[in-house]
Design a protein. Structure first.
Length: 292
């Protein structure tokens, strides 16, 4: 296999490499309608990003975009990724042997601490969940990761670096929020389907839920909203505030034209029980990999 630096002219070769994978990972879509230039240029957060491809018989068998996280960008991925760490921002292959060879090529030019497919990865443009982590159904890539010295990292604060994807149809009969005694609800609307809802205990923040219009390829995805954040202050936990905030945001989104809500959450989170109780179902998972 020959490895060479790729250019924008090579972008079309990604179609046969990515389409079979993305089309079988709901709610990803095959990228026929995508602007592949967006993916090709997605290394803006990296220092001197490099696109590389592994070719055999003139056919692209593996592709990756890699570089170093610069000092100016600050910590990423909940504190796991630090300035100076290596980043393989997206990675795809049709053959494990070709993927392993290209992965070795990338790692040879990167620091010892290297993350593969972090959340800032360009693959996020191909899915409505806004995460560039590697879908677990990318089986060829998973084999390459696990047999070439990479693992799924753990964080003391965030746990296993696996993201679960949830989805629900938004019902039409959701009740309006009635703030608990002593709390005040404040909504800040930033767009047609984007808003922040806070519950205040005086001037203290008791809880917040942020919801936004879902996008695909940088454009609004019709009828879909995304839960950006749901959090409750420590003094107000175990009182049902999280559920009240989420239900009110779903009601508001439905009232403004949304019919589907999606979200992502790290595995092992207690909030999974709340999501499932409110009708969310799991539709997939994705992971970050890291050199040990």
């Amino acid at each position: 296999m020959s490895i060479r630096i790729c250019s924008r002219d090579d972008a079309g070769r990604l179609l046969p490499l990515l389409s079979p994978k993305l089309s079988r990972v709901p709610p990803f879509v095959a990228p026929q309608e995508a602007d592949l230039g967006l993916l090709w240029d997605s290394g803006q957060a990296l220092s001197r990003p490099v696109c590389a491809g592994g070719y055999s018989g003139g056919e692209l068998k593996a592709a990756a975009l890699f570089g170093v996280l610069p000092d100016s960008s600050g910590p990423r991925d909940f504190g796991l990724i630090r300035p100076g760490d290596g980043i393989i921002q997206w990675f795809a292959c049709s053959d494990p042997a070709a993927g392993a060879e290209l992965l070795d090529h990338c790692r040879a030019q990167l620091p010892a601490q290297t993350f593969v497919c972090p959340e800032s990865g360009g693959l996020s443009r191909f899915g409505i969940f806004g995460t560039g982590m590697l879908p677990v159904s990318f089986t060829e890539e998973t084999v390459v990761m696990l047999t070439n010295g990479l693992t799924v990292p753990d964080s003391e604060a965030w746990g296993h670096q696996e993201r679960l994807w949830f989805r629900t149809e938004i019902h039409t009969d959701l009740p309006s929020l009635v703030p608990p005694p002593g709390l005040t609800a404040v909504r800040n609307t930033t767009g047609t389907l984007s808003s922040s809802l806070r519950l205040l205990d005086g001037t203290d923040l008791a809880g917040e839920c942020r919801i936004s219009q879902t996008t695909l390829f940088g454009r609004p995805y019709p009828g879909h909203v995304y839960i950006e954040w749901l959090g409750v202050g420590e003094r107000h936990r175990n009182c049902g505030l999280g559920g009240k905030l989420l239900i009110e945001q779903l009601r508001w989104a439905r009232e403004n034209g949304a019919t589907v809500c999606v979200l992502t959450t790290h595995s092992g989170r207690p909030a999974h029980r709340l999501y499932r109780r409110l009708g969310f179902t799991g539709v997939g998972a994705a992971r970050t990999y890291c050199t040990s």
